[in-house]
Design a protein around this ligand. Structure first.
Ligand SMILES: Cc1cc2nc3c(=O)[nH]c(=O)nc-3n(C[C@H](O)[C@H](O)[C@H](O)COP(=O)(O)OP(=O)(O)OC[C@H]3O[C@@H](n4cnc5c(N)ncnc54)[C@H](O)[C@@H]3O)c2cc1C
Length: 312
């Protein structure tokens, strides 16, 4: 089986290589080629050492999805891969969907696992907010994306052949980029995330969650109402199917009911803890540790105890 990995930036190639390693071990080996775009060939070459037979690199400071997709379609016409796989970033999903549309391939977003055997693959997708898995058999060639940060990079190996390709023109042009104000730690990168929900009665009370996150060296995230309805936290902190998907080592949900639209985005956390005053709150179906308590009573004591333990 021949697999074409599509990374809109070189830094995504290691996790795609992690997926490839998993697929290769199930299929007894795969042939892999890669595509990426980077400001320079040297920048791309740092990430093309994962056993890809060939890496196609589009050298560009700025690339739009339509250009990337067109460039990949040309590579597909030359190489004839059985599978085209990208990472389910906003850009990745768009690029791979455009490729699938152009080539008439079936397209599967966020496949969480692959079964393979006898040259065939079966894709697993999480459905019903992560409470069920659907198993799908694609007609090949097919296109798919894997969840961001799901697969760990394997050890790099020998560099393969690197081929520079030109990007076709885009239907878009960049007018300007305005930087958004961002505070604190990025919840997608934080190892510990404290999630806050409507159990908090006013914005000022979130200071308790901030203090807890600071003590643990983590970041504060939130359910949708906190960002979208109350605007107590920026949209960058919004966790869920319509917000960010996170994979921290520890997720602490405080005053969050545990709606599937929220929980499906935190289920890859290693450990999930919840604090909720309702012992029947759905969040407890997902937790490793549950605390049934009023957060206004629990948090001050918990923070104090942590300070004593940590010597703060
Ligand atoms: C299409 C769609 C997309 C959505 N996308 C998202 C998404 O991306 N992210 C998301 O989060 N939601 C999303 N939602 C909304 C989701 O369904 C829930 O409505 C939302 O997650 C609820 O937020 P919450 O848990 O903070 O609030 P609530 O459901 O109101 O829960 C508050 C919880 O706090 C507890 N509580 C109250 N007071 C205290 C106290 N003093 N101490 C301890 N516990 C207390 C309550 O028992 C309750 O369980 C989406 C919904 C739809 C329809």
């Amino acid at each position: 089986m021949k697999v074409l990995l599509v990374a809109e930036k070189p830094g995504l190639l290691p996790e795609l290589a992690g997926f490839l390693k998993d697929l290769g071990s199930k299929l007894g080996g795969v042939e892999a080629i890669a595509f990426t775009a980077a400001p320079s060939l040297d920048e791309a070459k740092k990430f093309t050492t994962y056993g890809f037979a060939k890496s196609y690199v589009a050298v560009a400071e700025q690339a739009f999805p339509d250009q990337l997709a067109k460039a990949v379609v040309e590579i597909i016409d030359k190489e004839g891969p059985d599978l085209v796989v990208g990472v389910a970033t906003k850009m990745g999903n768009e690029v791979v969907a455009r490729i699938a549309g152009a080539k008439g391939m079936p397209m599967f977003t966020e496949i969480v696992d692959v079964e393979a055997g006898d040259g065939a693959v079966l894709f697993h997708r999480a459905v019903l907010g992560g409470r069920a898995i659907s198993v799908l058999k694609p007609a090949l060639p097919a296109a798919a994306t894997i969840p961001a940060r799901k697969y760990e990079a394997p050890q790099p190996g020998e560099p393969g052949e690197v081929v520079e390709v030109k990007l076709p023109p885009s239907a878009l042009s960049l007018v300007k980029v305005e930087k958004k104000e961002k505070g604190g730690i990025n919840i997608e990168e934080a190892e510990i995330v404290v999630g806050v929900g409507r159990g908090f009665r006013k914005k000022e009370d979130l200071a308790m969650a901030e203090e807890l996150a600071n003590l643990l060296g983590g970041a504060v995230g939130c359910s949708r109402p906190i960002a979208a309805d109350y605007h107590w936290l920026p949209e960058d902190a919004w966790i869920g199917i319509s917000g960010k998907k996170i994979r921290p080592k520890l997720y602490i949900a405080i005053g969050i009911s545990g709606a599937p639209q929220h929980m499906s985005a935190v289920m890859d956390a290693k450990v999930i803890v919840a604090v909720n005053k309702d012992k029947n709150a759905p969040v407890f179906q997902y937790t490793d540790y549950g605390v049934v308590a009023d957060l206004y009573q629990f948090l001050p004591v918990f923070i104090q105890k942590l300070k004593e333990k940590l010597g703060g």
